[in-house]
Design a protein. Sequence first.
Length: 197
Amino acid sequence: MMYEDDSTLIGAYVSGNEEALERLINKYKTKVFSSIYAKVLDRDLAEDIFQDTIVKVILTLKGGRYNEEGKFLPWVLRIAHNLTIDYFRSTKKMPKISESNSYSEDYNIFDFLGQMDECSETKLIKEQINHDIVELLAFLPEDQREVLVLRIFRDLSFKEIAEETNVSINTALGRMRYALINLRKLIHENQLILTLD
């Protein structure tokens, strides 16, 4: 197979070639996963954050909001980094930061000083987005809807989802992937805008 640059693969994926996304993910999986694992030091958690990163990449690409030509890997690494920070914020497990911590040079103390309050307008927009998503879930096949709800609303890991639904982790991941593909189609068909910016 001849070498394809990132923008070619992104263009192919946005045009409907699902395989192009798999090639992109396979190209960078090790780098992205390693960057997450170096921060969380937990393989299952790193895998979950990696999957959430892919979900965000998919939604952004298909939503037509990706515009960083030629900078795909740094963009994905930034998403992974932000999701990792979100995890630490949500669990209040802030990593210890010291200047001598050589493996975590990309940490910035300001990343951990989140906005304390959201303005009421942002809250209203988020509530509307959540409402729209919940309404769309009713149109998904039951097995896909179940995985999506367990992951997004109950915040279970894919390992926990696999145990709760009596399927393999790969099956749970597959259902999540198809749920997102179908959700994306529904969002497009209903012309919803699910973004705060």
